[in-house]
Design a protein around this ligand. Sequence first.
Ligand code: CA
Length: 504
Amino acid sequence: MNRLILPIFLSWIILNELHAEKPNILWIMSDDHAAHAISAYGGRFAEVAPTPNLDRLASEGMRFTNAFVTNSICTPSRAVLWTGKYSHRNGVYKFTGLDQSQPTLPKYMQAHGYQTGFVGKYHLHTNPVGFDHWSILPGQGRYHDTAFVEMGDEDPSGIVTKGKRTAYEGWHSTDIITHKALEWFKEVRNPDEPFFYMLHYKAPHDLWEHAHRYDDYLADVNIPEPANLHDHGSGRSPALDQSTQDIAGTSRHTQFTDAINAMPPSREKRSVVYQEYMKRYLRCVKGIDDNLGKVFAYLEESGLSENTIVMYTADQGFFLGEHGLYDKRLIHEESLRVPLIVRWPGQVAAGQVREEMILNLDYAETLLDIAGHPVPDDMQGRSFKPILQGNRVEDWRDAFYYRYYYSHFDTPSHYGIRTQDLKLVYYDTRDEWELYDLKTDPTEMYNLAGDPAWKNRLASLKTRLKILQKEAGDDPSDIGDFPRTGNAELDQFEKERLARRNAR
Ligand code: CA
């Protein structure tokens, strides 16, 4: 090699090594997107409402079939994702703000030399920290004519909803969030630094207001019903007995049309509501999939896709009519499971499917590990980077701890564990148990907690639950009524709100 070529060759190697050490990370997340509403996951919507762009991501990367959350509700799950800690450790048990003075994934990434950006649904109430740029929806945000609070327009109180809003008239939230992300890539991104970018959609959260161009999508299609659409838990499940998540109930979410609203509660009404609900939900999903097509096309055109990890997930799962329910909260499979798809060219072999139990608790650790940053000792999950790289991890978890704190919809608070084939749930305010054998009863229709044949298994699972609860550092008497947002004004507001609710 001559004297001219050698230095060029060496600097090419060094640049490539640096790039390999710190790959770009694009973390895409939707709100309430159930895994079984993505056709790559199969299921009853795969044929009627396919998601080709997400399917392509799965075919080019790794799809996890057992990715779960530790608290199946929006704001708390997001706090887990940001911190790698359970709710009782990160301070967000319910719909309260995240104390942004604590270490978070974006802060670590920024300090580690990443250019950090964030657009879309945030819902952690206190102004985000750890970003070079952000543009977020205040609170739940609007589906149409979506308004954002931009970095620089935040309120000095630190409370997101008090920030100055800029509305985008005529835009649907999924479209404008994508548009802003692409603007960031084209105009703000610094090509000399790796990026960590969070692209987080509002859809398909209720009230499922899809873009008008999908008004006719699925209009004449009969959406297949789940076998347990007409289930109710009477005498079997405190969750199903007490919760008002029934899709045919009186909740505002079921009042789609006057005709539906006028129907008395009945089996027929549940079927009618189900059709309307699923069409609106799947139109929102279609909007996401179409927009992801644009994002993936840009990554390819720009040459970024080669060195960019794309992770797609949701903040929790969602009932799509199973047990007659919509919404989330419960430890039941449809609510507990999330989609998790990761494309990482050169590291993840295409078309892989893995069954290990991955938790939302693991994401921060994994992304830091991938970025070449040490995993902080106080995080409570585990990096699944070795799994992404195709390895078998012998001592990977075979069970995990879950806890939901009462907020609304009358869904009773509970905690429990899920093992590879069993689930034990304890409703702490009702002192009742549920036990499911997921192998023989994957849709959780038979509560075995009172079955004498399961007495010994029940006892050993109760012991395991106590051990995992202790390992997680949770105290069952801590019911989450003392928010720790790091903001005195917000803490006071939340305490008063929770006290009013408790008095009802
Ligand atoms: Ca959510």
